[in-house]
Design a protein. Structure first.
Length: 330
């Protein structure tokens, strides 16, 4: 007689108790992942009726920067998966599929999108993303003290760029994720208006106090508002950040001026004159202005010997006094 191998009632109950319910696997494609970070950033910015506290601003920056990086790289991947590698020449498909590789930086992704994919991400948009990345890095690695107004303005600039980028560069080719992205975008556009309204309200509040200084007010490196008034202690009236004149001049020359060459101010005797600067009074002008004393040196010439110090347009010969003295003494 064969042995009955069926489980007894007690054994069957015990086996049922041992069954572990399987949890749903993580399923975040690059676009869905980036959108999730973006939603979280908006959630943190919306706290306290649009006036988030320091902790919410911190996580808004961290998650917004993550959204930018993921979504920019999603567009690179659409062009070719190897473009997200720090060195595309060493890219291997197996490493890409495992996610085992060093990817390019977010600014590197922007440059590749412009130079290889032929997108038109502007210098101002790139700078806004760079500012946000600097804030994110400081918060992540060092801790950070910054103006809440500057952080909110940074976020507003990047959010504006990112929603347009998703609409123009990602949404049109999505199939499976298209409805999710479209629905999310419609929700976020309304919320972006609320964030931008806070920034606009503050800009309108300070317009009157900035009017007398419009001839020597430039764009702030932190908040990107036209509110940095030049002088002995340059101050941004929007985000209330103080800058050293030399620091502000170097930043401006590298990011906004017609040339990254700073000239020596005849009055201050410092490398604080940015060549080809734009001011609030005339944003299309190319002025040569000192970031310490706010003197306008447009139409002055550079010394023919040192190529640094500025001299009046009528001075002959075209040599600054220190160089002239050295020339005769030698």
């Amino acid at each position: 007689m064969s042995e009955d191998r069926r489980n007894t009632p007690d054994e069957s109950s015990r086996q049922r108790r041992l069954v572990v319910r399987r949890r749903r696997d993580m399923d975040y494609t690059p676009v869905r992942n980036g959108m999730d970070f973006l939603i979280s950033a908006f959630d943190h910015l919306s706290q306290r009726e649009g006036e988030p506290g320091a902790r919410d601003l911190k996580y808004a920056v961290l998650h917004l920067q993550a959204a930018v990086e993921v979504l920019l790289k999603a567009r690179l991947i659409r062009e070719h998966w190897s473009l997200v590698f720090s060195d595309p020449g060493k890219a291997r498909r197996t490493d890409y599929e495992k996610g085992s590789f060093h990817s390019c930086t977010v600014l590197g992704a922007i440059d590749r999108l412009n130079n290889i994919v032929s997108l038109q991400i502007s210098k101002e948009q790139r700078q806004a993303i760079s500012n946000l990345a600097d804030t994110r890095n400081a918060l992540t690695h060092l801790g950070h003290t910054s103006s809440v107004y500057a952080v909110e303005s940074q976020a507003a600039h990047v959010l504006d760029f990112l929603l347009n980028f998703i609409h123009e560069e990602l949404r049109p080719v999505l199939s499976k994720e298209g409805p999710f992205v479209e629905t999310t975008m419609n929700r976020l556009r309304t919320r972006l208006g609320q964030v931008k309204a806070l920034v606009k309200h503050r800009v309108q509040r300070i317009e009157g106090e900035l009017q007398p200084f419009a001839g020597h007010t430039v764009q702030c490196p932190d908040c990107q508002q036209w509110a940095l008034v030049l002088g002995d202690e340059p101050l941004c009236h929007f985000c209330l950040t103080h800058f050293a004149p030399e620091e502000a001049a170097v930043w401006y020359a590298e990011t906004h001026a017609a040339t990254d060459q700073l000239s020596i101010c005849p009055s201050c005797d410092e490398h604080t004159v940015a060549v080809g600067a734009s001011v609030a009074k005339n944003k299309t002008a190319g002025l040569d202005i000192c970031f310490r004393c706010a003197t306008d040196y447009t139409n002055w010439r550079v010394c023919e010997l040192c190529s640094e110090t500025l001299i009046p347009p009528t001075k002959e010969p075209s040599v600054c006094d220190p160089c002239l003295t050295d020339h005769y003494e030698s």
